[in-house]
Write a protein that binds this ligand. Structure first.
Ligand SMILES: Nc1ncnc2c1ncn2[C@@H]1O[C@H](COP(=O)(O)OP(=O)(O)O)[C@@H](O)[C@H]1O
Ligand SMILES: [Mg+2]
Length: 258
């Protein structure tokens, strides 16, 4: 519901790396249970936004609230509510699946109750019999599932998935996405799913198109297509992010059309 406290609220976030303006005033709101695709080509600023949301960088300007709490003033409160699967895999490949999750449980100070959640969570992601396996022996898709289970271990309200399906085969992609969508529906998890793949964005509740550090458009996939005047999200995305020959990219679609 639009009037309730959103799980994530970002207002006018700005972040530069020296001369590179990675985010130029990004605002975003995600409600509990919502699956938001952050769709943007390489270099759009998706990972930079994730780095701000996971506290790795502080924005140059702007505000971030997680479950209504000011993330910049009280980061530990927000971090406890946050699960993250980063673009670069971060498992310890020489530890077992359970070993990786136990380490995470210890980091979050979860104790016996948290450790007791490891086995059911692994079963939930389809790895019920893989707990003792060394992560190096797992397929890419199963490694990502371990990272998902780990990200969920401390019962986050907000899950950040940064291009989590890159390098996976189509079936593993579909399975991972279906798992996460089920968590939105059944547990009210809010999800920000960064991708450069239009077909993943098509399956989201909402799509937020980021390009050159700015929002180009936002809405349900149907709304975004309708507003673009295109026949598909793929066509709309290309129209927004790929310049016509001889024109500068990155304008809003209506500006480019003018
Ligand atoms: N640590 C960094 N130092 C300098 N420039 C960076 C750094 N990280 C990202 N950038 C630049 O910021 C822009 C946004 O990058 P990024 O957030 O990684 O985009 P995306 O995840 O959408 O591909 C790009 O121009 C990228 O080259
Ligand atoms: Mg990235």
């Amino acid at each position: 519901m639009a009037s309730s406290t959103p799980t994530l609220e970002v207002r006018d976030a700005v972040k530069s790396y020296g001369e590179v303006k990675a985010l130029q005033g990004v605002s975003m709101r995600i409600e509990a249970g919502q699956f938001m695709a952050l769709l943007g080509p390489n270099g759009a600023g998706k990972s930079t936004l994730f780095q701000l949301l996971s506290g790795l960088f502080v924005p140059d300007a702007g505000a971030i609230a997680i479950c209504g709490e000011d993330f910049l003033k009280k980061p530990t409160i927000g971090l406890a509510k946050l699960g993250v699967v980063f673009q670069q895999p971060t498992l310890d490949l020489d530890l077992s699946v359970t070993g990786n999750l136990r380490f995470h449980a210890a980091l979050h100070g979860l104790g016996a109750e948290g450790r007791a959640r490891i086995a059911p969570l692994l079963a939930q992601v389809g790895l019920g019999d893989a707990g003792d396996k060394i992560c190096r022996t797992l397929s890419g898709g199963n490694r990502r599932k371990v990272e998902l289970a780990r990200a969920l271990l401390h019962r986050p309200a907000l899950l950040l998935m940064d291009e989590a399906t890159v390098g996976l085969d189509p079936q593993s992609r579909t399975t991972l996405m279906a798992l996460v969508k089920g968590l939105c529906r059944d547990q009210g998890l809010a999800v920000l799913w960064a991708t450069h793949l239009v077909n993943e964005a098509e399956a989201a509740d909402r799509v937020y198109v980021l390009h050159k550090g700015r929002k180009l458009t936002e809405g349900t996939p149907t709304e975004v297509v309708a507003a673009s005047g295109c026949a598909s999200l793929e066509e709309a995305f290309l129209k927004m992010t790929v310049p016509p020959a001889g024109a500068a990219p990155g304008g809003k679609p209506e500006e480019k059309a003018a």
